[in-house]
Design a protein around this ligand. Structure first.
Ligand SMILES: [Zn+2]
Length: 302
């Protein structure tokens, strides 16, 4: 999709399922189940939507998804359907992995960092070999010192090889990745969680990552049970939603299984609601964007 002078593409890396209760925290099931119907195991369907930003001759990839290093029983537990070949992760966008110069990982949970590395024979190598990988210092430290509750979401094999291969860029606080693309710390979901904002030709946008994973999470108090600091998440959401609504920003959701991008409007009583981009559906190969504008629209592969 054209965005000012930039090009935006969503790569749908996988679909997977997580417990609906955990995804919606203190929100009662009768409320969330209307928006996100659970299966017989109480799991709701999610996706990993990676965002490729091409701007000013730079290519930045936001997130890496679940990756494909999962045993059969884990695939079953998470209802995981991998949709891309990580050796050619950007094939749907007509690119090769070497074309990416920067990868921003919002935080190091396995559904965000799992695709950062891939197996090359027996060896774990960076999936995007020419890219620098941007992670907040607080997140890096937490991932190595997680307590019993936080530990289950981190797998050292996802991110440790990045340091060993010398491709890791540890950042502290808000940071420009390339001109027009910024990583911004939010905390909330984890202490070092960051979102990505982008700007081109007077248009602005935000990739919310896990501070607002799906369109069903647009209401500020609808915070995930997984969040380490849920009250902080609620406040951060409120602030970014107000900005996005008043300035007409494009918003992008990392785990939305339907249309993953659109705009936010404020309705009666100050309630935020999401308006998906009209006519945007996923194209063959797990990608959404303007690159194949002539191709016939198809339903999401879920
Ligand atoms: Zn996540």
């Amino acid at each position: 999709m054209r965005f000012g002078q930039a090009e935006l593409t969503i790569i749908r890396e996988c679909t997977f399922k997580l417990d609906g209760g955990a995804m919606f925290g203190v929100v009662p099931r009768p409320l969330w189940s209307k928006l996100s119907p659970p299966d017989e195991l109480n799991r709701v369907t999610l996706a990993c939507n990676l965002l490729l930003i091409e701007t000013g001759g730079h290519r930045v990839l936001v997130e890496t998804g679940m990756g494909d290093r999962w045993a059969d029983r884990e695939r079953e537990r998470y209802g995981l359907a991998t949709l891309i070949d990580h050796g050619q992760a950007l094939a749907a966008a007509g690119l090769v992995n070497e074309d990416v110069e920067a990868v921003v990982i919002s935080h190091l949970h396995f559904d965000h960092a799992g695709g950062a590395t891939r197996l090359d024979g027996e060896r774990l190598v960076p999936t995007y070999p020419r890219a620098r990988y941007y992670v907040q210092r607080r997140e890096w430290e937490q991932a190595h010192n997680a307590n019993a509750r936080a530990r289950a979401s981190y797998r050292a094999q996802d991110f440790q090889p990045l340091a060993e291969h010398g491709v890791l860029e540890i950042i502290e606080g808000d940071c420009q990745i390339v001109p027009g693309v910024w990583a911004r710390v939010t905390g909330g979901h984890t202490r070092g969680h960051q979102v990505v904002t982008f700007e081109s030709g007077g248009q602005k946008g935000i990739y919310f990552a896990d501070i607002m994973p799906t369109a069903s999470h647009v209401s500020p108090p609808w915070v995930m049970g997984y969040d380490h600091f849920p009250l902080e998440s609620c406040d951060v959401k409120e602030r970014w939603l107000a900005t996005a609504a008043s300035e007409g920003w494009l918003v992008v959701f990392d785990h939305e299984p339907g249309v993953p991008w659109g705009h936010v409007v404020v309705g009666a009583g100050g309630k935020f609601s999401f308006v998906p981009l009209a006519g945007e559906t996923l194209l063959p190969g797990g990608a959404a964007g303007g690159r194949r504008a002539g191709a016939p629209p198809q339903a999401p592969a879920v």
